[in-house]
Design a protein around this ligand. Structure first.
Ligand SMILES: Cc1cc2nc3c(=O)[nH]c(=O)nc-3n(C[C@H](O)[C@H](O)[C@H](O)COP(=O)(O)O)c2cc1C
Length: 207
């Protein structure tokens, strides 16, 4: 077990001791997507920690305007409200042609201010690269949105060989340890940036 886990479990890493709202975002909308398996695993890891309150953002269940015209739209408002509530984000992304999936980019581009001055962590999956090329590209995208991406990530190379048919990892130790480290970083940043946003609204400097 990670040495960080007891600290995280007792809330010692947060100044406010308030729950950290985490929006976990699915990167794939494909029918039969593997994203469900990876996201279910990630959700289970987050739920081990009572300091996090989890909300799921699934672009497959949202009808977002392709024109990005920001016209009033029920699903866009749902997305906006969910991301606004979030203190931190976790993106579950596969890799498509050495990049990130288009529906994920569409979701990212559909909102703006709601991302700002918040931390984001990645869980990726794919073939030999484990989705890491998609992650590195997403770091650039999120930089433009004033998002702080976590240095540590969790990745599953040849993911379909790592989970059994019930969605359990054959060898969970390494991934769980990586996830613990990443969640500890996310928790630290989420608390720090939440306090900072309360002290000084970030909109003043976000142009
Ligand atoms: C259009 C497409 C392109 C892909 N390109 C890559 C790739 O460049 N690198 C890789 O590791 N896997 C690649 N894959 C394999 C996917 O990572 C794998 O199918 C994964 O399960 C996709 O996630 P999903 O099932 O949740 O949509 C690709 C899959 C698709 C559908």
């Amino acid at each position: 077990m990670s040495a960080l886990l007891p600290a995280l479990a007792t809330g010692e890493l947060t100044r406010t001791n308030e729950k950290i709202n985490v929006a976990l975002i699915y990167g794939s909308i494909r029918e039969g997507r593997y994203c469900d398996t990876v996201a279910n695993w990630a959700c289970a890891q987050v739920r081990k920690h009572p300091q996090f309150a989890l909300e799921i953002v699934d672009p497959a269940k949202l009808s977002l305007q392709p024109q990005l015209d920001r016209k009033e739209n029920v699903d866009l408002n749902v997305l906006r409200a969910c991301l606004d509530r979030a203190d931190a984000f976790i993106v579950i992304t596969p890799e498509y042609n050495h990049g990130y999936p288009a529906p994920l980019k569409h979701l990212i581009d559909s909102v703006s201010r709601e991302w700002q001055a918040k931390p984001l962590a990645f869980v990726s999956y794919g073939g030999v690269s484990g989705g890491l090329r998609a992650v590195e590209q997403l770091r650039q995208v999120f930089g433009e949105l004033h998002v702080a991406t976590m240095r540590n990530s969790v990745s599953f190379a040849n993911a379909w060989e790592q989970f059994d048919e019930r969605g359990h990892l054959f060898a969970p130790a390494r991934a769980e340890k990586s996830m613990e480290m990443m969640l500890a970083q996310l928790h630290w940043w989420a608390g720090a940036l939440k306090d900072a946003r309360c002290s000084i609204p970030y909109g003043i400097v976000a142009t």
